[in-house]
Design a protein around this ligand. Structure first.
Ligand code: TYC
Length: 107
């Protein structure tokens, strides 16, 4: 509830008590599989997650060795859109590559 400030007997100003809260954030997580070529995964990380060559290679290798890795952290609709773009790009090239989202820890 906003605070009420009386500037004059006839004027009531609604004072906003706090700034708008930031949106809840979601991690986009890339999953390993046995079939998608490594170069394609690096390409996806560069194209859809704006990673440079070295960072894309690092994330791809982490996913390859550990099973999953974080591509980025975004508001819900942006995370969902990136996941859909990756799914479409991979499916049309017949690769099983998948990513998923999960809430960032401080949501
Ligand atoms: N494991 C795949 C291979 O050996 C490479 C790969 C890495 C696939 C990351 C998916 O998210 C992935 N060709």
């Amino acid at each position: 509830m906003p605070a009420r400030t009386t500037s004059s007997p006839d004027l009531v100003v609604e004072k906003q008590s706090a700034k708008t809260a930031p949106p809840p954030m979601y991690k986009v997580i890339l999953l390993n599989d046995d079939y998608t070529p490594m170069e394609f995964v690096v390409h996806v990380l560069q194209k859809f997650f704006n990673k440079g060559q070295q960072e894309a290679m690092r994330i791809m290798l982490q996913v390859h060795h550990e099973g999953k890795g974080i591509c980025g952290v975004y508001p819900h609709d942006i995370a969902a859109s990136r996941i859909a773009q990756v799914a479409q790009h991979a499916r049309t090239r017949q690769h099983p590559l998948q990513c998923v989202m999960e809430p960032a820890s401080d949501n």
